[in-house]
Design a protein around this ligand. Structure first.
Ligand SMILES: Nc1nc2c(ncn2[C@@H]2O[C@H](COP(=O)(O)OP(=O)(O)OP(=O)(O)O)[C@@H](O)[C@H]2O)c(=O)[nH]1
Length: 828
């Protein structure tokens, strides 16, 4: 016996004898009791969700006997069962081990999550409530719903574990079931069994084909390695005559790594006759004993063996989960310690409050400066932050954008021509005037104001952002102080923005007020002229020959046409009116020029046609006119020459002369050259102004401003006011921290335990069942390797080891036998 590694320890003097006495500790004893302790620790702080402790899900086809198996494991009769669909919502059954009362009596009760505070001592009332609650969500007509029913069973006879009863897999929709009922149920089941901490009890009735088992098929998907699936074969009692489940149990039909256990639960008739679980277990034992075919596989038969196997696998399973659990606990511990630190200590005296406030203000200013200087420890690596963003705005946004600007981009030749003509006023331009250059350059300089102001705004926004990122966690505790600090820094930054904007404005005005044409980098008039002349010349020379020719010919054509027209007019009217811009002939009749006036009217004609020709033709005309038309009086014979009204908008006259082209090019050269000088100044001085008035000023003065505005004794209380929520969070965090510290300590103690366990216990032993020593294999329940779950029969009571630990009272096969091995698990 002592060499059986899975047998439990011998009963202590204080504990009643149990059927599983052994000198070696069972594998489960250390890890399961550890999980129990962890569960205790975490249940105190209610953080089950953060640390996923193992649970067992029971899956299978409809009416395969899942609820029956679960009930037999718990040892109480409380689940709805029947031939029809019974489990229609997942039932999450949390078994919670309670302390036995000092008088030795047990208090067992159930509590539903949906009925908080109500204790159900009557287990048939629990069944009725499960049915009623199922109907409430899933209706009364066979509907299925995935909303959980959560039930806690408190008992000193159970182990802290979570069992989940799931709706059975069904193929044909009945009642209110939707057409895709099978898919829905499968999805629901999968959501539970895919969790690696979930052990799967795959239930298949023996009177169906194992190869078609839905349970095994789904378990195979969720647990392909088969490390957490136990096969359960039910209904061995109603197999066809002449057949047996021996091969199934031996895994010959469908091999399963962790093997199978065959059980005989209560039939529907048994249930109707109110046969107790205790009786059912006796009957099950009798069943196996009376069938010699099962004698060789006794360790795979019966609910107690299932409980034991589950217990062992669970222990092994927990063991494999422990490293991950430990890592998660340690990570949570670090996070919790940090969070706890952020809530700080409670301060009550004025002096302590003052010191705390001062400390916060100083730390905030330090954090602000380190962010700007790039010394913040929590700098992200995924993006620029703090000071680097400000640098980016200066160089890559502001300067780069200014560099891209062409000062002549919005100035057409026409604009320049207009500016030149406007600047010359009444006179004709003798040479490129300085005035249009100054006008145009001022206009271009003024365009630099907007981006400069925008740049200041961007930096201001950045500083606001930085201020919001300082001490976020630390200040969560003092929302009022945070708000006040945000206000103070917000105002202060705004105040810093004004002088920077003024400075920028001044810089622009300075640049516009004095156009320094003596600047050493300025191209200057003569140089510009020289370059322009060259450019113009080369551009004219480079004009394609055909274009030049065309131009000339078209000019010639135009001239000859014009002279032709003019001649025609002169020939007819005997006057030489220059048809030029702004002058038109009122009417043919009114255009007769008196002969005496002929010579005097040549002012316009000579500029277009030259002298001789005109005079001759005029003479000719005059002569012919004298004969053909009567001579009128001055008033009558000459109509008035009307001027065209000047349009509201006058465009400069286009001459296309070489001189003008030179003038335009010179103006552009001057503009570009001077603009470059100003741009460089602005690119340099605007960031300096912003840094001086806004950024560095904030760095220098923020602490003083905070002290001035916030460090006032009468404000201490108000500033350091904590919201109730923070006080609660601190308390909660403290509890969690304690729990995790305790859990971590518990886990630290484990390695030694685990090593001992490891040495005496291999994986194959773990998943197999203990050997039966010194007893005939037929006496299934009379060996020390079996489980004493029920009141011993007169026959078995002779054996000391068959005694239940509680005065012969019935115990769950899944009970917590604290007296026997101190770990709350059934003895093995
Ligand atoms: N004879 C016999 N009947 C059994 C056995 N196991 C279960 N039954 C009966 O089979 C029927 C279905 O059992 P349940 O435990 O309700 O099955 P289930 O898989 O939970 O059913 P659903 O939740 O509705 O899918 C009940 O009438 C049980 O009494 C068994 O081992 N032998």
């Amino acid at each position: 016996m002592s060499d059986d590694p899975v047998s439990p320890p011998p009963p202590s003097s204080s504990a009643p004898a149990t059927p599983y006495s052994s000198s070696a500790a069972p594998l489960g004893s250390s890890v399961i009791s550890l999980v129990n302790r962890l569960q205790d620790i975490f249940s105190r702080v209610g953080s089950h969700s953060t640390i996923k402790l193992p649970q067992v899900a029971v899956i299978g086809s409809q009416s395969s006997g899942k609820s029956s198996v679960l009930e037999a494991l718990v040892g109480r009769d409380f689940l709805p069962r029947g031939n029809d669909i019974c489990t229609r919502r997942p039932l999450v059954l949390q078994l919670v081990q309670t302390k036995r009362k000092p008088d030795g009596s047990d208090e067992e009760f159930g509590e539903f999550l949906h009925l908080p505070g109500r204790r159900f001592h009557d287990f048939s009332a629990i069944r009725r409530e499960i049915q009623a609650e199922t109907d409430r969500e899933a209706g009364q007509n066979k509907g299925v719903n995935d909303k959980q029913i959560r039930l806690k069973i408190f008992s000193p006879n159970v182990l802290d574990i979570t069992l989940v009863d799931l709706p059975g897999i069904t193929k044909v929709p009945v009642g209110d079931q939707p057409s895709d009922i099978e898919a829905r149920i499968r999805t629901m089941i999968m959501s539970y069994i895919k969790t690696p901490t979930c052990l799967i009890l795959a239930v298949t009735p023996a009177n169906t084909d194992l190869a078609n088992s839905d349970a095994l098929q789904m378990a195979g998907i969720a647990d392909p390695d088969g490390n957490r699936t136990i096969g359960v074969i039910t209904k061995l009692d109603i197999m066809d005559r002449g057949t047996d489940a021996r091969d199934l149990l031996l895994g010959k039909t469908v091999p399963l790594r962790l093997g199978y256990v065959g059980v005989v639960n209560r039939s529907q008739e048994d249930i109707q006759l109110n046969r107790s679980i205790k009786d059912a277990l006796v009957a099950e034992e009798k069943f196996f004993r009376s069938r010699p075919i099962y004698s060789g596989v006794a360790d795979r038969c019966g609910v107690p063996q299932l409980a034991k196997k589950l217990n062992q696998i669970l222990a092994q399973h927990i063991k494999s989960l422990l490293p991950g659990l430990r890592a998660r606990i340690n990570t949570s511990l670090v996070a919790l310690a940090k969070e706890h630190g952020s809530y700080g200590e409670i301060t009550e005296s004025k002096a302590a409050q003052g010191a705390l406030l001062l400390n916060i203000l100083s730390k905030y200013c330090d954090a602000f400066c380190s962010m700007l200087e790039g010394k913040n420890q929590e700098m992200p690596t995924s993006e620029l932050s703090g000071g680097a963003r400000i640098h980016y705005i200066f160089q890559s946004i502001f300067v780069r954008r200014l560099e891209e600007v062409d000062p002549c981009e919005d100035l057409t030749d026409d604009d320049i021509r207009t500016a030149i003509q406007n600047a010359t006023g009444l006179r004709s331009a003798l040479f490129v005037p300085e005035v249009p250059f100054e006008v145009l350059i001022r206009r271009q300089i003024s365009r630099l104001l907007d981006p400069s102001l925008q740049c200041a705004r961007f930096i201001y926004d950045e500083l606001v952002k930085i201020s919001h990122r300082c001490m976020v966690t630390e200040l969560q505790r003092f929302p009022f102080l945070r708000k006040s600090m945000d206000e103070v820094i917000g105002n202060f930054l705004r105040e810093g923005l004004d002088p920077s904007e003024n400075m920028i404005q001044h810089l622009m005005e300075m640049e516009m007020d004095y156009i320094n044409t003596c600047h050493p980098n300025f191209i200057g008039g003569s140089k510009a002229l020289e370059v322009a002349m060259q450019q113009t010349k080369s551009s004219r020379v480079s004009l394609p020959a055909s274009r030049v020719k065309d131009g000339l010919e078209s000019d010639k054509g135009q001239t000859s046409e014009r002279s032709g027209k003019a001649r025609a007019i002169l020939g007819r009217q005997a006057n030489g009116v220059v048809v030029d811009q702004g002058v038109r002939v009122a009417s043919d009749v009114e255009k007769v020029v008196p002969s005496g006036n002929t010579g005097g009217s040549s002012w316009g004609i000579s500029s277009i046609f030259g002298g001789g020709d005109n005079r001759a033709s005029m003479k000719e005309n005059t002569t012919s006119k004298a004969y053909s038309e009567p001579i009128h009086s001055v008033d009558q014979s000459f109509s008035m020459i009307q001027l065209r009204e000047p349009p509201t908008v006058l465009r400069p006259s286009e001459s296309n002369s070489e001189m003008e082209a030179v003038e335009i090019t010179v103006t552009k050269l001057l503009l570009r050259s001077y603009y470059d000088i100003v741009r460089k100044n602005i690119e340099d001085l605007v960031p300096k102004a912003i840094m001086h008035f806004l950024v560095n000023n904030t760095k220098r003065e923020l602490h003083n401003v905070f002290i001035q505005k916030l460090y006032r004794e009468d404000l201490f209380e108000q500033m350091l006011q904590e919201p109730d929520e923070v006080a609660m969070k601190r308390k909660r965090c403290q509890e969690l921290l304690r729990a995790f510290q305790q859990a971590s300590r518990e886990l630290e103690e484990l390695p030694l335990d685990a090593e001992i366990v490891e040495r005496g216990y291999g994986l194959t032993d773990t998943i197999g069942l203990p050997k039966v020593h010194g007893l005939p294999s037929s006496s299934l329940y009379s060996t020390s390797g079996s489980v004493g779950y029920y009141e011993p029969s007169p026959k078995t009571s002779k054996s000391k080891s068959r005694k239940s630990s509680h005065s012969g009272e019935f115990q769950s096969p899944f009970h917590a036998n604290a007296d026997s091995n101190g770990n709350g698990w059934p003895n093995m």
